[in-house]
Write a protein that binds this ligand. Structure first.
Ligand code: SAH
Ligand code: MG
Length: 219
């Protein structure tokens, strides 16, 4: 079963066709994000559905996202929460944060989602002090790939037993890591993958959906 580039493109298209349904709120968000000149690097709808599904398998009361962009993945995550559940999403870029806040409101999620502005590595220690250990059901990271191990170091104590640590782009970002030898972005993602795989406190695996998604559950 050789995975030629053509077969990979076909497989990705097939997954998007079959599992990539999204509603008008998300389709409209993507159109508006493009008009606003935001980068087109959000997760795909089939990965969004995976984030939602995984979140819904937890108690779904508190989720953290690192890297909001336009709010696309955040809406999927928030839709997996239980009633009364909350998503806190961290974003460095003011323009992205403003745009996403509007989109969360448009999606009817203003009360469930809080956007926090600033560099994740400055925000995370504050968040840790505020939330306390073992308080988070789902943590999803998707910001600066070079900082992935540092995000995990900050988030690890916050995750509840049975909670999930998820990461996007663990196999590539724009192109496959396999084609980006020497890249510090690749090194960050690779270090995270290996760290989770070796961590006795987690059961971890990655799936090759879109650009690769790491799924780890705290024991
Ligand atoms: N999760 C989004 C895509 C995120 S793209 C989705 O799939 O819909 C990465 C985002 O991380 C960008 O908006 C970028 O501005 C933000 N970012 C980059 N470095 C960051 C940092 N150090 N702290 C917080 N956010 C950061
Ligand atoms: Mg990503």
């Amino acid at each position: 079963m050789d995975m030629t580039p053509e077969r990979w493109a076909f497989t990705r298209g097939y997954l998007a066709d079959v599992f990539g349904r999204e509603d008008g709120v998300l389709t409209e968000l993507k159109r508006a994000a493009q008009d606003a000149g935001l980068p087109d690097i959000a997760v795909s709808a089939d990965v969004g559905r995976l984030l939602s599904l995984l979140t819904s398998l937890t108690p779904g009361m508190l989720a953290i996202e690192v890297g909001t962009l336009a709010g696309y993945s955040g809406i999927w995550l928030a839709r997996g929460l239980r009633p009364g559940g909350k998503l806190i999403t961290l974003e460095l870029d003011e323009k992205h944060a403003d745009f996403a806040e509007q989109q969360f409101a448009r999606a009817g999620l203003a009360a469930q989602v809080e956007v926090r502005r600033g560099a994740a590595l400055e925000q995370l220690p504050r968040l840790a002090a505020e939330l306390g250990p073992r308080s988070v059901d789902v943590a999803f990271i998707d910001a600066d790939k070079r900082e992935y191990p540092a995000y995990f170091a900050q988030l690890r104590p916050l995750i509840k037993p049975g909670g999930l640590f998820l990461a996007d782009n663990v196999l590539g970002s724009s192109s496959w890591w396999i084609d980006q030898e020497g890249s510090p972005y690749r090194a960050g993602a690779d270090a995270l993958n290996r760290q989770l795989a070796a961590d006795p406190g987690f059961e971890a695996v990655a799936v090759p959906s879109r650009e690769g998604v790491l799924i780890a559950r705290r024991r």
